[in-house]
Every structure is written in structure tokens, then in C-alpha cells.
Design a protein around this ligand. Structure first.
Ligand SMILES: [Zn+2]
Ligand SMILES: [Zn+2]
Length: 435
């Protein structure tokens, strides 16, 4: 037994020595330990000073100043309104990769009771509203600032160039404005001589603190806004045969469209959700009105399913309207395509993710019907999008507040997994096995 052990140890050393020499991440423990208190402090500050979509002025100034102080090669501000993109050129030649954090808060009244809770207010679509980082974007910004510091201080280890994308308006710009990932892309963040060939993003999520969750291929849904306008003929409520009742038609439509996912789409392949969230029509009980407006949302995980669902929705709505002598208009407005993980890139970077979170802390997730505009980056280049668990593991899953809840709050100790993931992605991408 003893002899066997010695020979195994020798083999282990023989294999691990050259691998260790190539590992750009080795010996960074002190750098991570040094940056952790700063990440926590930045996060508390950003959390206490949240800003709404397209109004991330203070946050943008903070991250731009940080990257300039770190000696970045280039820092561009004012991209897609308040976006900031920093460029860090490594000490060795190599590819360009992008790390992305979204910066905006939400019109939510914080009720976490945290010592660094927000009391901020802002204006949203003409209304005075409370503002809170209720989706964890405060942690995203702080983690990317931490990754910027570690990488800038160790750029000799870096093969290639890293673009740090601080994105505004992930939650959607205010009414009448453009913004978000699609606008940053339109303004060229993925173009030019420093065009990134791969990108990574993280999102705070009610999983166990410091764990990562992923899904190869589709992960988060494509989201489309839905509006249906039914037009009838107004008449007295006592004599419906004299008009065309759009409320009766709208009721049939609201019911029938649920048959599209459940009767017509192959839900074993890819699920879909249609929700009608509002119906408005009429002013009093004895008048049949001439118009009903319905609004909803559609979630899908596959481009083909998304197209089929849209087509069936239009034909179902129009057929029901026609059968009743009414007319209907269907307006579908895309918010974001499917977000996920490029399978080959995920496989290639899996050892890095395991290093970042620790073995056993990188877990496959179920599908998430929420959506992310990170998907627009992924339409152009391969990307990874991972959920970062932010809750005390001793709190039962059912009691953890969801994103956008006034009680949503991340544990500070979750963030170093995120910093390590971003740093690891930047350092390992050029040399990781596979393609
Ligand atoms: Zn959100
Ligand atoms: Zn979010």
C-alpha cells in the first residue's frame, strides 16, 4: 500500500506541476482577500444610492473613476446614455473578452431593514417613486469593480484584452426612451478593433450564498409584450344583438389563447407561458362598449417555438374576432431573446467556474421564465450567463424573497464567488482547453 501511495503521489506531482505553472489564477488568494472589504463597501454605497434606468449618473461616475484610477487603457462614458466601457490590455497577446454588469435599480420601496437600506427617490414616467436595488444590480456593479481591481493589478498574467461593460437600463428604459444592451450594441460596444469574441454576465439570485447556477443552452426566457385591441359595435346592454360585444369576444380570446401552449406546442421540447395581465373595456353595466384593450406577456425558450406561438396567437385572436363580427389587432413587441449559456463555451469554462465557487457549488438549474437583455450580446457573440446565489443557506428556499421584492437582499459573502468567476473567465479564456 505504501509503495502504491508513493507512486500515485509522484504521478500527481508530475501532472500538476506544469498545469500549475500555466494557471494564471494561482497565487491570487491575497489579491482576492484584499479586494473583498472594498467590494463590500462599494456594494453598500451603491445599494444606498440606487438610480433608475437611464439615470445611473452617480453609479457611472463611480465606476469610470475607479477604472481611471486603476490605470485602464481606455474608459468611455455616456454610451447608451449612462453606460461605461473600460478597456484593460493584458501583458500578453490574446483574445478580447467582455465582462458585463448592469447598473439600474427599480421603483420599489425598500423594506429589508438593512443598515445600508435605500431611502432614495426618483422620477419614473412622470411619477415620484421610491428607488431600490431590488434586483441585486448593486452587487453586479461592485463585483465587476472588484474584478477590475484584481485584473488591473495583475495585468501581466492576462493574455489578451478585457472590456468591462457597465450597462444602464437592463430593467427597460422609461417610456419613450431607448436604452439597455441593445442600445450599447448599436453604439458599437461589440465592434471595432477591440471587438470581444466572448462575454460573461452574472445575476444575483435566491440560491445558496456563493453558489453558481447554470443551464447549457436556453436558461432564461425570451420575453415579448402583448397587446390585443378588440373592436366591436357599441349598443345598449339590454339588446346585444344590435351591436358587437367586444367584452364577450375578449373573454373568449383570454381563454382560447391558453390552449396554444397546452394544445398546440410541444411542451416536452420547450415550455411557453402566455399571461394576460390587464383587460380594460366599458364604463358602466348597461352599455356594451365598442373597444376592449388587453395587455400581457409571452415567455418562450426557443426561437422556433416563439415564432409558432406568435403566428398561432394572431390566427386564434383573428378567428375568434371574425366569428363574432368584431375585429382585433395583435401587437407583439419583443423585449429580449432567450438568454443562456453557449454549450461549448460553458464546457470549456466549467473548470474555471468550479475553481471560482468551489467543487459542488456549481449546479444545473431549472429554466427561469424571467428574461434578461444580456441576450442581445449573446445574439452577436458566444456568452455565459450564470446565477449567483445570494441567500443564507439556513433560510428555507420558500422564505427567500424573489428578485424585485421589497425584501430582496444579497449576503455580502456571496460576492467573492462572483469576483472570482469574472477574474477567472478573463484569465482562463485564452488558454482553457476546448473551443
Ligand atoms: Zn430585475
Ligand atoms: Zn436584474
Amino acid at each position: 500500500m505504501q509503495l502504491v501511495r508513493i507512486s500515485l503521489a509522484a504521478i500527481a506531482i508530475g501532472f500538476s506541476a506544469p498545469a500549475a505553472a500555466q494557471d494564471a489564477k494561482s497565487g491570487l488568494d491575497q489579491a482576492f482577500a484584499d479586494v473583498e472589504p472594498k467590494v463590500i463597501e462599494w456594494r453598500h454605497d451603491i445599494h444606498q444610492n440606487p438610480e433608475l434606468s437611464n439615470r445611473e449618473f452617480r453609479t457611472a461616475a463611480l465606476v469610470a473613476e475607479h477604472m481611471r484610477t486603476l490605470g485602464f487603457d481606455d474608459v468611455q462614458t455616456g454610451i447608451a446614455h449612462t453606460g461605461v466601457v473600460g478597456t484593460l490590455v493584458g501583458g500578453k497577446p490574446g483574445p478580447v473578452v467582455a465582462l458585463r454588469a448592469d447598473m439600474d435599480g427599480l421603483p420599489v420601496l425598500e423594506q429589508t431593514g438593512a443598515p445600508f437600506a435605500s431611502r432614495a427617490r426618483g422620477e419614473y414616467n412622470g411619477q415620484d417613486v421610491p428607488v431600490m436595488h431590488a434586483c441585486g444590480h448593486d452587487t453586479h456593479v461592485a463585483m465587476l469593480m472588484g474584478a477590475a481591481e484584481v485584473l488591473a493589478n495583475h495585468r501581466d498574467r492576462l493574455s489578451g484584452t478585457v472590456k468591462f461593460i457597465f450597462q444602464p437600463a437592463e430593467e427597460g428604459p422609461p417610456a419613450g426612451e431607448d436604452g439597455g444592451a441593445i442600445m450599447m450594441i448599436a453604439e458599437g460596444v461589440l465592434d471595432g478593433p477591440d471587438a470581444p469574441e466572448a462575454i460573461i454576465g452574472l445575476h444575483a439570485w435566491p440560491g445558496d450564498s456563493g453558489t453558481l447556477m447554470y443551464r447549457s443552452g436556453s436558461f432564461m426566457a425570451a420575453a415579448d409584450g402583448l397587446e390585443i385591441i378588440v373592436t366591436g359595435v357599441q349598443t345598449h346592454g339590454s339588446s346585444p344583438w344590435l351591436g358587437v360585444d367586444p367584452i364577450y369576444v375578449a373573454a373568449q380570446i383570454a381563454t382560447a389563447i391558453q390552449g396554444i401552449p397546452s394544445r398546440h406546442l410541444d411542451i416536452t421540447n420547450s415550455p411557453a407561458v402566455i399571461t394576460i395581465g390587464s383587460i380594460h373595456g366599458g364604463v358602466r353595466g348597461n352599455i356594451i362598449p365598442d373597444r376592449v384593450e388587453m395587455a400581457g406577456t409571452i415567455r418562450t425558450f426557443d426561437t422556433g417555438v416563439r415564432e409558432e406561438l406568435h403566428a398561432r396567437l394572431r390566427s386564434t385572436v383573428n378567428a375568434i374576432a371574425e366569428a363574432n363580427g368584431a375585429t382585433a389587432e395583435v401587437i407583439i413587441e419583443g423585449y429580449a431573446p432567450v438568454t443562456g449559456n453557449h454549450p461549448a463555451l460553458l464546457q470549456k469554462m466549467m473548470p474555471t467556474l468550479n475553481w471560482a465557487a468551489g467543487d459542488g457549488n456549481v449546479n444545473e438549474s431549472t429554466l427561469i421564465t424571467g428574461a434578461e437583455d444580456f441576450s442581445f450580446f449573446q445574439e452577436r457573440i458566444p456568452g455565459l450567463f450564470l446565477m449567483l446565489g445570494i441567500n443564507d443557506p439556513s433560510v428555507p428556499r420558500a422564505e427567500r424573497p424573489s428578485n424585485h421584492s421589497p425584501f430582496f437582499i444579497a449576503e455580502d459573502d456571496a460576492m467573492m464567488t462572483g469576483v472570482r468567476t469574472l477574474v477567472g473567465f478573463a484569465l482562463d479564456y485564452a488558454t482553457a482547453a476546448g473551443d
